[in-house]
Design a protein around this ligand. Structure first.
Ligand code: NI
Length: 160
């Protein structure tokens, strides 16, 4: 029953939440599904459902951004290769120099006697970043190549 007191209390909650810049929402969900969700987020180390839900929403929104080739994105390209096989090193260097404006940073780790891991931080339009990643990952001699795009974008600095 919605009494005046309840309505006032609701309004107070809405005001408080507005001030905290969060909105509380109620979600209806089947118990079995919720149990599976709780098990999953427990394994992933989340201490609260809210944080897990926020991450899911952020990821869904980010994925939508990455789908649109004209959106600004930032990400990393991981490249695993054997440095003595063919001319993989030269080819990777050549591509990186050609696309230097899209590569903010790179890191090279000598994993063992044969294998190298190269991590590139890339940014630009999603379409260009995907094309660059495809070019790098398809170099002959790359054992594993993977592009990961993040929800951030260079130029929007939100943390204090
Ligand atoms: Ni190396």
């Amino acid at each position: 029953m919605r009494t005046t007191e309840n309505v006032l209390a609701e309004h107070a909650t809405i005001r408080t939440n507005y001030m905290d810049k969060v909105t509380r929402i109620g979600v209806s969900i089947e118990p079995e599904l919720l149990k599976e969700f709780d098990d999953l987020i427990g394994k992933k180390g989340y201490s609260a459902r809210s944080e897990a839900l926020r991450d899911l929403i952020r990821n869904a929104l980010a994925e939508e951004t990455w789908r649109i080739d004209t959106s600004d994105v930032v990400g990393t390209v991981n490249l695993l290769y054997e440095h003595e096989k063919g001319n993989v090193r030269e080819r990777l260097m050549e591509i990186q120099h050609l696309h230097h404006s899209q590569i903010s940073s790179s890191m090279h780790v000598h994993l063992n006697a044969e294998q190298c891991l190269e991590v590139l931080v890339v940014s630009g339009k999603a379409g260009d970043v995907k094309r660059l990643s495809n070019e790098l990952c398809s170099v002959r001699g790359i054992l594993q190549g993977k592009l990961t795009m993040t929800a951030g974008s260079i130029g929007s600095h939100l943390h204090e």
